[in-house]
Design a binder for this molecule. Structure first.
Ligand code: BGC
Length: 753
C-alpha cells in the first residue's frame, strides 16, 4: 500500500516535468506547442532572486512568478538550499515544470577568488586562465549556479573607466585568446556536472565609453569596430559561447540592446552565433532614458533586434502581449526568443536532470578546496608586474626587521577586488597574516596602518562599498607608522586603491596615489631605508613620483582570496615575478586614451622623444610615451634577446614564414619570459596601426639557459578588415618585431608577394 502511494506520488510529479529524451529541435517544438503566450514570455524574463531563505520564500514575489511560469531565470543568489528551493518550485509547481536558469556574476572565481580579470591577463598564461574559469565553474555549479555572466571582454584604452578592471586590457589579439580560454573553462562541452554556461559581455564596445565615464556614449567607426573592438566577442562566439549580454551604451546611435544591425546582422548572421542574447541589468528600461521610446516601444525594439531575454526591466513580460496584439512584434519574434532560451536549458542538460546543479551533498569537496586555493595562489603570483627593482631590493630576505605599512596591509575584504558575489572573506588571510606565517621564526614583522585610503571620507566610502578599511586619524597613524619604520631594516608599503575604486560605475579622473598615502610614502622613502611599494590597483594608475623615487614597485592589482600568500611568495623570492602589463600605464591622465597599437599621424614624433616639437603631434607639457608600455614587466632575473631570424623574407598570401629568436636567461634565477611578436602592415589601402601584437610565447628558462621562441607568420596574422569590411591580406611590406614588451623590439621586414 505504502509502495503504491509513493508510485502514485511520483507519477503526479512527473506529469508536469518534461523529460529531455528527444533531439533538441523536436524536444523544444513539442514543449513550445504546449506553452501559452504568457509562459513563452515568462521564459524571456530574468530577475534577481532577493531573499530566499526557506521561510521567506513563500512571501517572495519571485516565487509566485515561478509557479505561474512567468520567469525563465534568476540571478545573483548564493546558497544551495535557496537555489534548490526555487528550482523545485519551477519543476514541481509550475504547469510545465520548466527548470530555471540560475545566473551569477562569477567573474574571477566563486569562493576561491582569483585575481581580477585585468590582472589575470597580465599572466599571459592562457592555460592558467582557462583553469581559473574551470575552478570557478566547479565551485559555482556545486552550489546551484548554471550560468555565469563572464567573460567580460570589452577592450578598454581608458584607465579612468572603472570597468577596465573586468577585462583583459587594451589588446584585441590577447583579449580574443583569453575570451576563448575562459569560455572553454566555464562551459567545457557541457558534458560534466561542473560545466556552466558562459555569457560573453558587454556586446558591444562598452569599453569605449566617452571620457571613461561609465554607461556613457560610444560613437565609433565600423573600421575600428571590426579591426579592434569586435575581435574578443567574435572569438567567444567561435568557441561556442552559450549566451551574449548586450551593453548599456549606444552603438551607432541606437542602444546596443535594440540595435538590429549589431545583434541580428553582426552577431548572428555574420558570426553565426546560435545561442541566446540577454540584456544587461534593466537595459530595456534604460532605453526609455536614452530617449528611444517608452517601455513598450523599447521592449518591442529589443525583441525585434534579436535580444531574447530581459534582465530586470520586466518590459518583455509586461508589454509584449500588447505589442503582439497591435502588431509591434510578431508571434515568430516571440517564438524565436523563447526557443533560444529553452535551447540553452536543453544544452545545459536541465531537462534531462533539472536537479543537476543542486545535487551536491558536501560543498567542502568542491568549494574553497586546497587544490582550488593553490591554483589561485600560483596564478596570482604570475599576475604581479614588477615595474621597478633598483639595486635588486626585491626579493627580500626573510631576516631582520620588516615593516609592513599601509591601509591595504591588514584588510580582509579588499584584496579580492570588485565583483566577488560569492566571496567568503572570513576564510581569507590579510596580507599581514600571510606575512606573519611566511616570516615565522625567521624575521620580525612590524606593522602600522599608517593612513586612510584617502583623506576624503566620502571618496574612501564610495571606493569601499562596504568593504570597509578602518578609518584612522591620519596624523596619528602617520606618526605611528614612522615610529615603526624607524625600527625596521626594510619597509613594505601596501598602498593604492580600495577594491571598489574600480569596477562598475567607479570611474576616476585622478589616478595618482591618493593624498594621505602619497604623503606617507614620501616620508617612508625619506627615511633612506629600502622601500618596496606594493601597488594595489584595478586599473593603470599614475606612478611618476614612485618611479622616480621608490626603489622597488610591484603592481599587485587585486589578487583574490589567496593574494596575501601569493604576494609573500613573490616578495620573499619563492617565486619569480613574470607578469607583463596588458594596458599602457600613462604619465598623465590627459594622455588618455593611450594605447600601443595606435595609428601614425602625418606628424609623428619618434618613440622616446624627450622634448617638445612644434607642429608635430605631441604635447607641450608631457611626452607622448606611457610611463610603462604595454607588455612591460621585469623579473628577478634578466633576459637577453639574440638575433631575430626569418626562414624567408618573402611569402605568398597563403604561405608562411617562420620567425625565431634565441632568448637567454642571463641572471641567476629561473624564470618565465613572455616573448612578444608584433607586426606592422607598412602600406595599406587604409592606414594600419604602428604595431599589433600577433603572437607570444611564455618561455620557461632556467638560470643560464637559452631557448628559442618560434613564431609562424601566415595570413591569419596579416589580415585585416578593409574599407568595405572585407577581410584581406594586402601584398607589400610588413615589419616583424619581437621583444620583451611593445617598446623594446628587434625588427625585420618581410614582403608578401
Ligand atoms: C553589469 C553586468 C552584470 C549584471 C548582473 C550589470 O550592472 O553591467 O556586468 O552581469 O549587472 O549583475
Amino acid at each position: 500500500m505504502k509502495k503504491l502511494f509513493v508510485l502514485l506520488a511520483l507519477c503526479v510529479v512527473s506529469t508536469n516535468v518534461v523529460a529531455q529524451n528527444k533531439p533538441m529541435k523536436e524536444f523544444v517544438d513539442e514543449l513550445m506547442s504546449k506553452m501559452t503566450l504568457k509562459e513563452k514570455l515568462g521564459q524571456l524574463n530574468l530577475l534577481p532572486a532577493g531573499n530566499i531563505t526557506t521561510g521567506a520564500a513563500q512571501n517572495n514575489p519571485i516565487v509566485h512568478q515561478i509557479k505561474d511560469g512567468e520567469l525563465g531565470g534568476v540571478f545573483n543568489i548564493k546558497g544551495l538550499d535557496e537555489i534548490r528551493t526555487l528550482q523545485e518550485m519551477a519543476i514541481k509547481k509550475s504547469r510545465l515544470g520548466i527548470p530555471l536558469l540560475v545566473g551569477m556574476d562569477v567573474i574571477h572565481g566563486y569562493e576561491t577568488i582569483f585575481p581580477v580579470p585585468l590582472a589575470l591577463a597580465c599572466s599571459w598564461n592562457l592555460e592558467g586562465i582557462e583553469n581559473s574559469a574551470r575552478v570557478a565553474a566547479l565551485e559555482a555549479s556545486a552550489e546551484g549556479v548554471n550560468w555565469t555572466y563572464s567573460p567580460m571582454v570589452d577592450i578598454s584604452r581608458d584607465a579612468r573607466w572603472g570597468r577596465i578592471v573586468e577585462g583583459a586590457g587594451e589588446d584585441p589579439y590577447l583579449g580574443s585568446l583569453i575570451a576563448k580560454a575562459m569560455v572553454k573553462g566555464y562551459q567545457g562541452d557541457y558534458s560534466l556536472p561542473s560545466n556552466i554556461m558562459a555569457c560573453v559581455k558587454h556586446f558591444a564596445l562598452y569599453g569605449a565609453s566617452e571620457a571613461g565615464r561609465d554607461y556613457n556614449t560610444v560613437d565609433m567607426s565600423r573600421l575600428r569596430m571590426y579591426n579592434e573592438y569586435f575581435a574578443p566577442y567574435k572569438a567567444a562566439v567561435e568557441v561556442g559561447v552559450g549566451s551574449v549580454m548586450t551593453s548599456f551604451n549606444l552603438v551607432d546611435g541606437i542602444p546596443a540592446t535594440a540595435n538590429a544591425w549589431l545583434v541580428n546582422d553582426v552577431l548572428r548572421k555574420q558570426w553565426g552565433f546560435d545561442g541566446f542574447v540577454v540584456t544587461d541589468y534593466a537595459s530595456i528600461h534604460e532605453m526609455t532614458t536614452h530617449g528611444v521610446g517608452d517601455l513598450a516601444t523599447s521592449s518591442a525594439r529589443a525583441l525585434r533586434a534579436g535580444t531574447d531575454m530581459d534582465m530586470v526591466a520586466k518590459g518583455f513580460i509586461g508589454t509584449l502581449e500588447q505589442s503582439l496584439a497591435n502588431g509591434q512584434v510578431s508571434m515568430a519574434d516571440i517564438n524565436q526568443a523563447c526557443r533560444r532560451v529553452l535551447e540553452a536549458k536543453y544544452k545545459l542538460g536541465l531537462f534531462k536532470d533539472p536537479y543537476k546543479y543542486v545535487r551536491v551533498k558536501n560543498r567542502n569537496q568542491y568549494v574553497y578546496t586546497a587544490a582550488n586555493r593553490k591554483a589561485a595562489r600560483d596564478l596570482a603570483a604570475e599576475t604581479f608586474v614588477l615595474l621597478k627593482n633598483e639595486n635588486q631590493v626585491l626579493p627580500l630576505k626573510k631576516q631582520g626587521k620588516i615593516a609592513l605599512i599601509g591601509p591595504l596591509a591588514n584588510d580582509r575584504t579588499n584584496l579580492c577586488g570588485t565583483w566577488c558575489v560569492a566571496m567568503a572573506p572570513e576564510r581569507y588571510s590579510t596580507l599581514k597574516e600571510s606575512m606573519e606565517r611566511a616570516l615565522k621564526g625567521k624575521a620580525e614583522l612590524l606593522y602600522a596602518q599608517g593612513c586612510n585610503i584617502a583623506s576624503d571620507d566620502a571618496l574612501q566610502k564610495a571606493g569601499e562599498q562596504g568593504k570597509n578599511i578602518m578609518r584612522v586619524d591620519d596624523a596619528q597613524a602617520k606618526a605611528e607608522a614612522l615610529a615603526v619604520a624607524a625600527q625596521a631594516d626594510v619597509i613594505i608599503a601596501a598602498m593604492g586603491e580600495a577594491a571598489e575604486f574600480s569596477g562598475e560605475s567607479h570611474s576616476r579622473v585622478n589616478l595618482e596615489l591618493p593624498d594621505v598615502q602619497m604623503a606617507l610614502l614620501k616620508e617612508l622613502v625619506a627615511t633612506g631605508k629600502p622601500v618596496v611599494l606594493l601597488n594595489f590597483s584595478g586599473r593603470p594608475t599614475i606612478l611618476n613620483w614612485e618611479k622616480a623615487h621608490v626603489p622597488a614597485i610591484l603592481n599587485v592589482w587585486f589578487g583574490g582570496s589567496e593574494a596575501g600568500d601569493a604576494i609573500c611568495d613573490v616578495v620573499f623570492g619563492d617565486k619569480n615575478p613574470c607578469g607583463k602589463l596588458t594596458t599602457s600605464f600613462p604619465q598623465h591622465v590627459g594622455q588618455i586614451p593611450l594605447y600601443y597599437n595606435h595609428f601614425n599621424t602625418g606628424r609623428p614624433v619618434a618613440d622616446g622623444a624627450d622634448r617638445f616639437f612644434s607642429y608635430q603631434s605631441n604635447y607641450l607639457d608631457v611626452r607622448n610615451d606611457p610611463l610603462y608600455p604595454f607588455g612591460y614587466g621585469l623579473s628577478y632575473t634578466t633576459y637577453q634577446y639574440g638575433e631575430l631570424k626569418l626562414d624567408s623574407k618573402t611569402m605568398s598570401p597563403d604561405g608562411q614564414i617562420t620567425v625565431t629568436i634565441p632568448v637567454t636567461n642571463t641572471g641567476n634565477r629561473d624564470g618565465i619570459e613572455v616573448v612578444q611578436l608584433y607586426i606592422r602592415d607598412v602600406v595599406g589601402s587604409i592606414a594600419r596601426p604602428v604595431k599589433e601584437l600577433k603572437g607570444f610565447q611564455r618561455l620557461s628558462l632556467k638560470a643560464g639557459e637559452t631557448a628559442t621562441a618560434t613564431f609562424t607568420i601566415d595570413a591569419s596574422k596579416l589580415k585585416f578588415y578593409n574599407y568595405d569590411l572585407k577581410e584581406v591580406v594586402e601584398p607589400g611590406e610588413f615589419d616583424v618585431m619581437v621583444g620583451p614588451n611593445s617598446r623594446d623590439l628587434k625588427r625585420a621586414t618581410i614582403t608578401v608577394q
